[in-house]
Write a protein that binds this ligand. Structure first.
Ligand SMILES: Cc1cc2nc3c(=O)[nH]c(=O)nc-3n(C[C@H](O)[C@H](O)[C@H](O)COP(=O)(O)O)c2cc1C
Length: 185
């Protein structure tokens, strides 16, 4: 049976390198029969977490704030797989993606033990640098995040050496992203 997949794309560049990676992943996943929803976080009104820890009271509106996350929450709760797609900004995800991740805490607040349902997770990332040390901090962050959430890593596609939109054309990571999407079971 097809899986429910959501792509949280934190790139501010609609036609950038991350968008190209996400498009190829989605192509592979849809060809394999999965249902994919793509959220372009830059275009959405998503406010930062207030740290009030007062969410989790209403499954229809897990957070006390009413904004674009209300569109994401139902899909996030249903999703079997979450794809975290972002350019590398200062050795991490963009603020757009980090903000959405922070706001997912309101879903965990629906559970008395602050647990989210088990999910698979994929990371897609474009970066200007192309060395192992350049990617080490974000790989650590991704591993810590998944360790905390109890989610399973299904794969990381890291496209280094790409700066301007379009630089990713012909990069092997594009094919790898499509193959990863198609390999989802
Ligand atoms: C504010 C900012 C911070 C960045 N920080 C890094 C970085 O820490 N390491 C890196 O390799 N590239 C860095 N880059 C380069 C981007 O990761 C690169 O341009 C990427 O291809 C952008 O992806 P996009 O086209 O999807 O926006 C940074 C770019 C910007 C604008």
């Amino acid at each position: 049976m097809g899986k429910k997949i959501i792509v949280l794309n934190g790139s501010p560049r609609a036609n950038g390198n991350t968008a190209a990676l996400a498009a190829r992943f989605i192509k592979g996943a849809e060809a394999a029969g999965h249902e994919v929803r793509h959220f372009d976080l830059q275009k959405m009104d998503i406010k930062p977490c207030l740290g009030c820890c007062a969410g989790g009271k209403d499954p229809k509106h897990p957070c006390v704030q009413r904004d674009g996350m209300d569109e994401i929450y139902p899909a996030f709760m249903e999703a079997d797989i979450v794809v975290l797609a972002s350019p590398m900004y200062f050795w991490s995800f963009t603020a757009q993606l980090k903000t959405a991740i922070d706001r997912s805490f309101a879903v965990a607040e629906l559970d008395p033990d602050y647990r989210l349902h088990h999910k698979g997770c994929v990371m897609l990332m474009a970066a200007g640098g192309d060395s192992e040390p350049n990617f080490a901090p974000v790989k650590d962050f991704y591993a810590s995040l998944l360790g905390h959430l109890g989610w399973k890593d299904l794969g990381m596609i890291l496209a280094g050496g790409v700066m301007a939109p379009g630089d990713i054309a012909g990069h092997p990571a594009l094919e790898e992203a499509e193959v990863l999407g198609a390999s989802i079971k």
